[in-house]
Design a protein around this ligand. Sequence first.
Ligand code: ZN
Length: 257
Amino acid sequence: MLAIRPLPAFEDNYIWLLQHGDDAAVVDPGDAAPVLAALQIEALHLRAILITHHHRDHTGGIAALRAAWPQAVVYGPAGETIAGVDRHLHDGDSLDVLGARFTVLDVPGHTRGHIAYYAAAESTLFCGDTLFAGGCGRLFEGTPQQMTASLTRLRALPGDTCVYCAHEYTLANLGFARLVEPDNAALLARIERDRATRARDEPTVPSLLALERATNPFLRFDEPALLDAVAAHTGQRPTDDAASFWATRHWKDTEYD
Ligand SMILES: [Zn+2]
């Protein structure tokens, strides 16, 4: 099994450090400094860099890491142009990272070429800025239909899948979730627990996919309770999943953030 831990970066990013023996890999290194420090302190060898999408806070460290570790392989989405990527990945491609087999999932919406990395045997999903704990990424490039399809794909993964997203946005996301579903008992329990976690200055990520299905409004576009909430808020009952998703996303974008 891989050991996986977060390296905090910038305000609220997590760069994920994967370790197996003396070997390491990182996901979405927006900044090289915390990665280089962690590698040096523990005398680890960087073997691979996994990139989910082109945003600078996920890619800014590639050049410095390549310079320090020329042997490391840099993986990224085929659908986006990212300097320093060696292997351009398509949906369904598989890759071996420190002995673990990952499958590539196309999950457009936040950006057009966004990909996720899923390791079934490790119950591990690196989903970048597509799915967050309690929320989802903004639609900078994709359509509501694309994002709904991407989130539908991710929520179909096994419930014990650990969701490693790239930001600590959880408490703010759950605040919006409670606005939408004030009577969701699983959500209220989660808020208590995650507040306590943050009070201890610990990450709320990874979360479990089963918990996301029960509490994340952006995975609940077809739940009666969510459809009722959207209908009450907008005065219109959504006619399909994408309309429900988009009404919820628009609600958060315009009245909560
Ligand atoms: Zn992003």
